[in-house]
Design a protein around this ligand. Structure first.
Ligand SMILES: C[S@@+](CC[C@H](N)C(=O)[O-])C[C@H]1O[C@@H](n2cnc3c(N)ncnc32)[C@H](O)[C@@H]1O
Length: 488
């Protein structure tokens, strides 16, 4: 199959090598240092060419040699306590070569390494025995898993369908830990709020496992665009809190932000991380309900063929002005609708120019995957069509700072595409006050929907929630002022 052949090795094997500074940060955060690591079992269950194991061996040897010169015992301990699993034979071989080269620095050679070439999903010999499980498991989306898909369905963390292999590796890793064991992984942060991560989130909370979280947010540690986190999980913790860190990109180290309780960061079934003050505000917004709704926020037109419907035409009939919400640009759009209904084709194409325009692109228009109610000459989706005759504001759904917000007033008869629009009766000045503020930016960034270039995206639902909450707060404040003055 062509698509399978052209998929990159990274996508199919989940192979993204870990930079040394990330490895060392994970080892430090997991407390894999000092003499307490001696005679402790450690495994990287998807060890690749050994980025973690080489660093682990280095730390082990340094620590051992502080108190003993018995190289024979050191060799035996390296064989007995340091373990790796890797599915790819070539990677296993490279890993062993790198480990052999590392130990030469310590005057050692010929160690029998415990590097197993196997599918970690079928390995159980380490279960319950490991003091440390450290690594960077493979990230492979379920639709790229091929034959392995049926294999992952037997795991509890994958009960919610669409998943990623890294979620299974959390389950495997936790199973490998002994009673006081520590797991330290770098993985995508999508388990914070994805449907696929739902079961895992409950498991982590119910078992009080999350010791530390370093959210790398927009910082890219790998060559591919992935939004990642370092998670340190610990069995049988006495503490009930989690230390939250962000990542200092200039020095490549985590910096401490706050100590959080589950109530702070587990909000409406998802994980959100920030300082407690921001999380408190976020919780108020996400759990806010209103009796009187003052805003509707919707998605603009989805023609699925903007190049055809939007532009300059040699006819005016059946066209309307439109605003591109993502940029605020004005344009013209063919609008083959009347009162929300598709205009019959023979009436639409009475004008010969229009007919020619449609006929020459018929094939292209038919190729779109249309909603059932759409005709081949209509928009791909029906969204936004019914609100053309209403007053509204278009708004972009991709921002980095409040300066990026483009809120454009669109009168009756104007369409909106490539973004969202707001329907409301409130004054424009009031709407602007609510949206052009740091609080809105803070809320959007907390939702954690990262996009490249430091941007965040948000949905119509996210925006509506904020508008209703902030407007009600402002009204409450105004009413309070009114009653104070009224009573005076
Ligand atoms: C993200 S890479 C990490 C490699 C290495 N730990 C590092 O940090 O550089 C993931 C590794 O998992 C391996 N892998 C993928 N599926 C696996 C499986 N089912 N069992 C064991 N290893 C697997 C890949 O071959 C790849 O080497």
């Amino acid at each position: 199959m062509k698509t399978e052949v052209t998929k990159s090795t990274e996508k199919l094997s989940g192979r993204f090598y870990t930079p040394e500074y990330i490895v060392n940060n994970i080892l430090d955060l997991s407390s894999y240092y000092g003499n307490t690591i001696l005679r402790k079992h450690v495994i990287d269950n998807s060890c690749g060419d050994g980025a973690f194991l080489v660093a682990i061996v280095g730390r082990y040897c340094d620590e051992f040699l502080k108190t003993s010169r018995d190289l024979c015992s050191l060799s035996e301990e390296l064989s007995a306590y340091i373990h790796g699993v890797e599915i790819d034979e070539n990677e296993c071989r490279k890993c062993v070569e790198k480990l052999n080269s590392k130990i030469k620095n310590y005057g050692l050679d010929s160690i029998v390494w415990d590097i197993m070439c196997a599918d970690a999903l079928s390995v159980d010999k380490y279960d319950g025995k490991m003091d440390f499980v450290l690594g960077n498991p493979p990230y492979i989306r379920v639709h790229n898993l091929g034959d392995n898909f049926s294999n992952i369905k037997k795991f509890s963390f994958t009960q919610n369908g669409m998943t990623d292999l890294y979620i299974v590796f959390y389950e495997i890793g936790l199973k490998m830990l002994n009673a006081g064991g520590v797991l330290g992984y770098i993985t995508p942060s999508s388990f914070f709020n994805s449907i696929a991560g739902k079961y895992m989130r409950s498991h982590l909370i119910n078992n009080n496992l999350i010791d530390k979280i370093v959210d790398l947010r927009h910082f890219q540690a790998f060559s591919a665009t992935t939004y990642t986190t370092i998670a340190i999980l610990k069995n049988n913790r006495k503490k009930k809190t989690t230390e939250y860190y962000q990542f200092e990109a200039n020095n490549n180290i985590p910096y401490y932000v706050d100590t959080l309780s589950v109530e702070d960061y587990f909000i409406c079934g998802n994980f959100y991380f920030s300082n407690r003050e921001n999380l408190h505000e976020l919780k108020s917004i996400l759990s806010f309900t209103t009796i009187k709704e003052c805003f509707a926020v919707k998605n603009g037109f989805a023609t699925l063929a903007d190049g055809f419907f939007i532009g300059e035409f040699d006819f005016n009939e059946f066209t309307i002005p439109v605003v591109k919400a993502s940029t605020g640009a004005h344009a013209k759009c063919i609008f083959p609708y009347s009162k929300g209904k598709l205009i019959p084709y023979n009436i639409l194409t009475r004008n010969k120019r229009i007919k020619k325009y449609f006929e020459t692109s018929k094939e292209l228009l038919l190729k779109r995957s249309l909603e059932s109610e759409s005709g081949w000459y209509g928009f791909g989706r029906t969204q936004g069509i019914n609100d053309v005759e209403k007053n509204k504001y278009s708004v972009n759904a991709l921002i980095r700072s409040p300066f990026d917000i483009k809120l454009i007033k669109c009168g009756k008869g104007v369409g909106v595409y490539s973004g969202l629009y707001i329907l409301t009766e409130i004054e424009e000045s009031e709407l602007r006050k609510i949206m052009y503020c740091e609080e809105f930016m803070s809320y959007i960034s907390l939702l954690g929907k990262y996009k490249s270039g430091g941007y965040y995206t948000f949905s119509s639902k996210d925006l509506k929630r904020f508008l209703e909450y902030k407007y009600s707060q402002r009204r409450g404040f105004q009413n309070e002022q009114f009653s104070i003055f009224g009573g005076a």
